[in-house]
Design a binder for this molecule. Sequence first.
Ligand code: HEM
Length: 411
Amino acid sequence: MSITETEPFFKINVMAPEALSDPQAYLAELREYEPVFWDARYRSWVVTSYRHATAALRDERFSSDRIEPYIRKKLSGPDTDPLVLHAFEVLSGWLVFKEEPAHMRLRGLCSQAFTPPSIAQLRSRVESLCAELLADIPDVGEFDLVQKVATPVPSIIMAEMMGVPVEDRVNFEHWTAQVAPLVSTALDDPTRHEGITQGMGSLVTYFRGLIEHYRKAPEDNLISALISARDDDDILSEAELIATCTLFLFGGHETTANFIANSVLALLRHPDQLALLRDDKVDMKNALEELLRFDGPAKTVVRLAREDFDFGGRQIKQGQRVFVMLSVANRDPKAFEDPNDLRLDRGSVRHIGFGFGGHFCLGAPLARLEAGIAIPQIVKRFPELRLAPKALKWRVLLGVRGLRELYLIAG
Ligand code: HEM
């Protein structure tokens, strides 16, 4: 859709099929002419420029906590299903929804379990896992990259890191898929509360048992490290441990799977860049940041206004919701030269694909490690790799940019 003065922005629908298939193109004119836009359909502000997105994520008048206000407003009545309330209470313990000073305290404790050296030691395991999964795919014919490689790599690694038996992985995928619509802002999905109730209930029961087990018999894994994390006398409570386990599982799984699949798609659409990567002619560190900038999996993060104030020349009212569109900001020509070009040697360190400010992704080193191994292995394993002639099916989510499936032809 092209937007002109005669065809104003009120027609914008951030969940329209064109917006899902190519959000960066669909919202490019909006970013230029109305970077802080009131979306009457979803009664929310949509922030699309790099300047305004980074300003919003730095601005303490925008709150990350949209769960407590929701519980107070919508789930405090006598008719509330206790299971729904419980699922939201677990979510309210997620680091990503916490406000200062509770956020810093929790982040400090969680970081102790998630240190760069503990991530770096996973390298050889990630390498062998990717190689095994790729070896199972026949040299010729079609396969779904999402199902065969992109999903299992982060999900097996996260299960192993947490000390979860690998046979429970299938359950985990199912439960996180149930939680995903609500957490990933599936604006139009009426079943999102049902899904989170079932998925979260199962995850909580499962993790409660596992935490009890590792309290008695600690091992070298993330759950044991979370149990023993302490700052003076401060430790994580049982509820915080459960919330953090569910967040790590969710954060460590869907996002990286989408990152791997989006990146392979982008490379197949840019054969010159693919050739550079395949021939080891690019620095993988730079390449990963550029792939995240170009089409990263975190499309939007949400904030709530704490008070009435002026932002970007618009009057924001207390309690209003703000969609900060990271993936559209990452293609802002005012921040990146020729932003719609994929240039693996760009070294785009300023992208905001992992967020920006105090809530910057805690799992970034793990995501970089996994994707930095999986992506080159995939394209090197199949020298003739190409897209299968099938329509791409993007997930109907505002928060996440990800494919349901990505069929490729191996050779
Ligand atoms: C390519 C993969 C990933 C992307 C694009 C991504 C993106 C993001 C973004 C945008 C945020 C900020 C959210 C906000 O400001 O509201 C975030 C936070 C977070 N991510 Fe990731 N993430 C990825 C992988 C991971 C992994 C593997 C983990 C591991 C468990 C993880 C754990 C977290 C946690 C715990 C936070 C909350 C940090 C805080 O609030 O202080 N993420 N992530």
